[in-house]
Design a protein around this ligand. Structure first.
Ligand code: GCU
Length: 605
């Protein structure tokens, strides 16, 4: 329930402007796996609560004693307690709940999670609980104390528990609610499964009293011999000397943080460039007096020059593919390093150098592995189709999700594009909303390019025009089109030409067709592998005729679950536009695209 209006028992109606859920977590700790972590992954206790009786009374007001979060036990044989985690169901974390039991397959609502743990926190150290993601809204308690809330199903959040954790008998409880909601981001309608729950890793993160919470280390986009960025400490001793080291490059800079624990830097550095051909990464260390943290970072620049996209100053052509966070070879959300290695390995097998992680921030294994494998990345927030453009809290939520993914991934060389939206209507309200998001992205990350998946329109029956006004605010134009699937039959592509009002690089960010793997027929029989391959052949010929095209990410690497695809036998709630089936079997169109990418691999490289 997301009501901002709470009805008092007297029938009075008070408009309670509840603080937006997403605004109630602590500043994000980055690079958590390099810290002293304790995993809380594994089996959690779970109570399915479709009527949210664990949180609201019959007047829809929060229960005063904390409800299920209090984890009460009957005081004596007469006491009434109508829930019990110890004898409740069990769920694996990380993992969506929908794919863990048949009765939860379609479930949209609240499930309560509980995990017990002991922790001996040494004096002078601090402890946080970190969630890779929880879809969609999470309320979090430790030992009955409300830590806070988070809204948004695909970005990390953490809470400090230093003052609430005890040596033994801690109980961590979450209320996770994946009900869709008109003012949410995404809103009511998506062409992907609404996988709910604690869908990514959960860690306890122990840090010194004053620690290196965050840092940004990248090349200056405008002066590529300059290493630029900042460091942020967190704790009582904020004024410290901080050494920034990249030993393999002979970099050693000593910074002095200010009263807020912050220090900027910019200095000359000779660093080999990261690229898909040579994904060169360096061990970078940020060493304060009270804490140090390190990670592998690649250094490259990305910019545009007219219709060209430049990586390290040289034009590139993006041989891409779209990817949903659909687990390979099983049902459910992908969440592991193994899942990431499988999915990105399949993209590599396509001769791709680029992946569009649609339509929301994927798990961190994807972007870190893309760094290592040399795959460029388009990252995206789920501002998808219809959003409550004029609802203030909705914009705040979208801003926050964008800030969280930029905070998490800003040191990833592979990530070159932040996408603001997908297929949104060209209205004034939407334009204002999206321009506000570009301002967040440009202020948080001046090193990357902004894009979005826009739609085109027909000027006449053979000319497609790209002139969405939001394009004026982007560096790179993305356009989705489905000529041959939603728009005519495959050979329609042969007679189309394209125009664009922007002197900017164009990426065809979606085209495709559905096919049930193993279903065969003639090239005009829909749902056959032959039809899908036919669409790809005509599409690729058309793309070759677009002079300002600099890349494409066909829709999509693998079949994925969608509530919008009920066609029995063919779909069975799978979107079948994958080049690879839900069982990992490649379809004919996979090889059409692979061969095309092999043919053009030398383009600009
Ligand atoms: C749209 C949308 C995708 C969707 C696809 C389809 O372009 O961006 O999210 O899955 O088309 O219809 O399969």
């Amino acid at each position: 329930m997301h009501s901002n209006v709470s009805r008092l028992s007297t029938g009075l109606c008070l408009l309670l402007i509840a603080a937006p859920a997403h605004a109630q977590s602590d500043p994000l700790i980055t690079n958590v796996r390099a810290r002293r972590i304790t995993s809380l992954n594994g089996t959690w206790q779970a109570i399915i609560d479709p009527y949210e009786v664990g949180y609201y009374n019959i007047r829809q007001s929060p229960i005063s004693d904390g409800g299920f979060a209090a984890n009460r036990k009957p005081r004596d044989r007469s006491d009434r307690v109508e829930y019990d985690f110890d004898t409740a169901a069990r769920l694996l974390v990380p993992g969506d709940w929908n794919s863990q039991s048949d009765e939860l397959f379609f479930y949209e609502g609240t499930i309560w999670y509980k995990r017990d743990f002991d922790y001996n926190l040494p004096a002078g150290r601090r402890l946080f609980v970190y969630f890779g993601a929880a879809n969609y809204e999470a309320k979090v308690w430790l030992n009955g104390h409300k830590l806070g809330e988070h809204e948004g199903g695909f970005t990390p959040f953490n809470f400090e528990i230093t003052d609430y954790v005890r040596d033994t008998g801690n109980f961590l409880i979450l209320k996770v609610d994946n009900q869709r909601w008109r003012q949410a981001v995404p809103a009511l309608n998506t062409d992907w499964w609404n996988y709910g729950g604690l869908t990514r890793d959960v860690f306890l993160v122990e840090v010194p009293r004053t620690f290196v919470r965050d840092y940004f280390i990248q090349l200056d986009r405008r002066a590529s011999d300059q290493l630029a960025g900042w460091v942020q400490l967190d704790g009582p001793e904020l004024r410290q000397q901080v050494a920034l080291r990249i030993p393999e490059a002979g970099v050693e800079a000593v910074l002095q943080t200010d009263a807020s624990g912050y220090a900027r830097f910019r200095f000359h550095a000779d660093l080999e460039r990261w690229s898909p051909q040579d994904p060169r990464v360096y061990q970078a260390e940020v060493a304060a007096q009270t804490d140090r943290v390190s990670e592998r970072i690649g250094f490259r620049t990305v910019e545009t020059r007219g219709h060209d996209l430049l990586l390290n100053g040289k034009p590139i052509w993006l041989r891409g593919i779209c990817i949903h966070e659909q687990a390979p070879l099983r049902d459910g959300r992908a969440f592991s390093e193994h899942d990431a290695r499988t999915l990105l390995g399949w993209a590599r097998a396509l001769n791709a150098n680029f992946v569009r992680l649609a339509h929301y921030p994927h798990n961190e294994y994807m972007t870190r592995l893309a760094d290592e494998m040399g795959l460029l990345v388009w990252a995206e927030i789920p501002v998808y189709w219809m959003i409550a453009w004029e609802h203030g809290a909705t914009l705040e939520n979208a801003r926050n999700q964008l800030a969280e993914v930029i905070t998490r991934d800003k040191n990833r060389a592979s990530l070159i594009l932040w996408s603001m939206a997908n297929e949104t209507p060209a209205t004034e309200a939407r334009l204002d909303f999206l321009v506000a998001l570009t301002e967040v992205a440009r202020s948080l990350d001046p090193t990357r390019l902004l894009t979005a998946a826009l739609v085109s329109h027909y000027l006449d029956d053979s000319t497609l025009m790209i002139d969405d006004p939001f394009g004026a605010h982007l560096d790179v134009i993305g356009v989705n089109e489905y000529v041959g699937w939603y728009d005519g039959l495959p050979e329609k592509a042969d007679r189309l030409s394209w125009r664009m009002v922007y002197e900017k690089p164009l990426i065809i960010s979606e085209f495709g067709a559905g096919a049930l793997q193993g279903h065969h027929g003639d090239p005009l029989t829909r749902w056959t592998e032959e039809f899908q391959a036919n669409v790809y052949r005509h599409q690729l010929d058309m793309l070759e005729r677009i002079p300002f095209l600099r890349g494409t990410t066909p829709w999509i690497l693998t079949d994925f679950r969608s509530p919008r695809r009920p066609l029995p036998v063919i779909q069975d709630y799978w979107n079948r536009k994958g080049l690879i089936s839900d069982r990992g079997v490649k379809k004919q169109a996979f090889y059409v695209l692979k061969d095309y990418y092999a043919d053009i691999a030398g383009r600009y490289e």
